[in-house]
Design a protein around this ligand. Sequence first.
Ligand SMILES: Cc1cc2nc3c(=O)[nH]c(=O)nc-3n(C[C@H](O)[C@H](O)[C@H](O)COP(=O)(O)OP(=O)(O)OC[C@H]3O[C@@H](n4cnc5c(N)ncnc54)[C@H](O)[C@@H]3O)c2cc1C
Length: 383
Amino acid sequence: MSQKCDVLIVGGGPAGLAAAIALRMQGADVLLADAIKPPIDKACGEGLMPDAHRDLAALGVTCEPAEGSAFRGIRFVNWTDGEPVSVSADFAAGEGVGMRRTVLHARLVERALDAGVRLQWKTHVALGSGVSLNSEPCRYRYLVGADGQSSRVRTWAGLDGGRLISKRFGFRRHYRIPPASHYVEVHWCALGQAYVTPVAPNEICVAVVTRHSATRMQRVIDAIPFLRERLAPIEASTRERGALTTTRRLWRVVKGNVALIGDASGSVDAVTGEGLAISFRQAGLLSHSLHNGSLESYAAEHEKTLQMPRRMARALLLMDAYPSVRNLAMRVLAREPKLFHGLLQVHMGEMNLPGFLLRNRPRLMSRLASSDIRASDKERASA
Ligand SMILES: Cc1cc2nc3c(=O)[nH]c(=O)nc-3n(C[C@H](O)[C@H](O)[C@H](O)COP(=O)(O)OP(=O)(O)OC[C@H]3O[C@@H](n4cnc5c(N)ncnc54)[C@H](O)[C@@H]3O)c2cc1C
């Protein structure tokens, strides 16, 4: 007994399923295997940025309005500079959508089945001189590793070479209360960030990310007065889940007829909120490349999908690690919300970084030079 397909995808998370749908839409015979079975849940902030939302729609993945909750931008709140300092920006185009991972997974599976992808759950994938699925050999033209950040396909194919830039610890819980705003709110405290995403008209997802391995989710929530007070009277509606979040750069994501996608192919810290959008973008690139008969253009274009999110991750991780940088950045952004709006556009790929810097340099320099922004905490307290 043996199986045969054009493309074998190992891993049925968002990246694997999006790639399977995109490839099937181009006519490929696609077989996808995952070690576990749906509904597949995962610790995640559950925010789909407008570009991720658009890419999903292009794949034919639709969600009922009641299955998620739209958000119109991002709000940062800093709790480490005396009084809380906050700044918000709306997306220049489109809306984001908060959606439970289980709902997103169910919709992707439905669409994959509808498109004709062959799905094999609870499948043991053995990688040796050949590949077998539950002990049955499988022949393929291309193999795609979509098996997440600890990818076994990556190691098997000899693609582990690269650099781990950051590693943090993430957690998430849900609470049945109406969202406090139409934004994804990122609360910054000394222990890390807690971000709140509306995922239904009457439900929020709270995700916490911290660099301290011994810090637990509740400690971070307790360090943020707004969340502590809001969440204290309510019990979480789901059990806590945890996961590592990394920023990882790989030197190569293609070798022979093997390609990596999603977190298996490199990642950015969760605080960027970009993991899903990047996966969907890569799915489009991969199907386009294979449609043209090789993995060449995927290999050449893949790095671009991670370049800007990785830069943003670096900046956000600097704010996380250094309170003085965080406090200064937040004071500047709170005084100049247009800068925050511009940075969000850069993050979304709607403006390039040199263009943003060129346009905003004078504003940025004058703000950084102004004495009230630069004043130390002590000076400001005594003023
Ligand atoms: C705390 C936290 C918060 C986050 N918040 C956000 C957010 O708000 N927005 C956003 O866009 N992104 C967010 N992310 C990132 C996002 O979750 C990931 O980028 C996304 O899950 C990547 O999808 P994937 O399919 O590549 O990997 P995964 O979701 O990890 O899926 C991998 C799949 O491969 C399967 N698998 C693994 N090994 C094998 C094997 N050997 N054989 C067969 N199958 C296998 C697994 O069962 C799984 O189904 C967050 C991440 C964390 C940790």
